[in-house]
Write a protein that binds this ligand. Structure first.
Ligand SMILES: O=P(O)(O)OC[C@H]1O[C@H](OP(=O)(O)OP(=O)(O)O)[C@H](O)[C@@H]1O
Ligand SMILES: Nc1nc2[nH]cnc2c(=O)[nH]1
Ligand SMILES: [Mg+2]
Length: 174
């Protein structure tokens, strides 16, 4: 495995605290409704599971596998769907859950595709957002943290498939 130095950017405590706040906000916004989480594999799953535990309205969850980075630090620009959802989303209040929005290409591709399946509503929730790198516009309803233009790892985010299991957010130094 390629070794990288990991510098802590956001501590485990800060991430956990922010996820609790996001869960409380989502519970308030979806009061009286059910929320259907769509976790984007692989990275989004770690955050989605923690977030789901902090939401107090009824929650269902489904998974979709989309990947454009492969083992690289740069997006290939080609968004590959490796696994589709198991369930239809028609008439559901859908919340797409991502670990990071970087260029925006993944969600720019995914959102119209999911909208064509006629959900009642569709919103995006991301743990991390990298605004400096945005190439296409994406409307984000819930953001955990804005991060600088550095390659971050941990909490689901990988570098060549490693480091997803770190309980904090770090930067993989060159
Ligand atoms: O805004 P973008 O530039 O499209 O980048 C964001 C996407 O990149 C990462 O996925 P990746 O392709 O690395 O797949 P993975 O979650 O399986 O690692 C991340 O989980 C987002 O889905
Ligand atoms: N691990 C990781 N994956 C990404 N995908 C898009 N941006 C990033 C990033 O900064 N880190
Ligand atoms: Mg990745």
């Amino acid at each position: 495995m390629e070794q990288a130095e990991i510098r802590e950017l956001i501590s485990e405590e800060a991430v956990d605290k922010r996820i609790k706040e996001m869960g409380a906000q989502i519970s308030k916004d979806y009061a009286g409704k059910e929320v259907h989480l769509i976790a984007i594999l692989k990275g989004g799953v770690f955050f989605a599971c923690e977030l789901a535990k902090r939401i107090t309205v009824p929650v269902t969850i489904d998974f979709m596998s989309v990947s454009s980075y492969g083992d690289s630090r740069e997006s290939s620009g080609i968004v590959k769907i490796a696994k589709d959802l198991d369930e239809p989303i028609e008439d559901k209040e859908v919340l797409i859950v991502e670990d990071i929005i970087d260029s925006g290409k993944t969600l720019n591709h995914l959102k119209p595709m999911l909208l064509s399946r006629k959900p009642k509503s569709i919103k995006i929730c991301t743990l991390l957002n990298k605004p400096e790198r945005r190439e296409v516009d994406v409307e984000v309803a819930y953001t955990g943290f804005d991060v600088p233009d550095e390659f971050v790892v941990g909490y689901g985010l990988d570098f060549a498939q490693n480091y997803r299991n770190l309980p904090y957010i770090g930067v993989a130094e060159e």
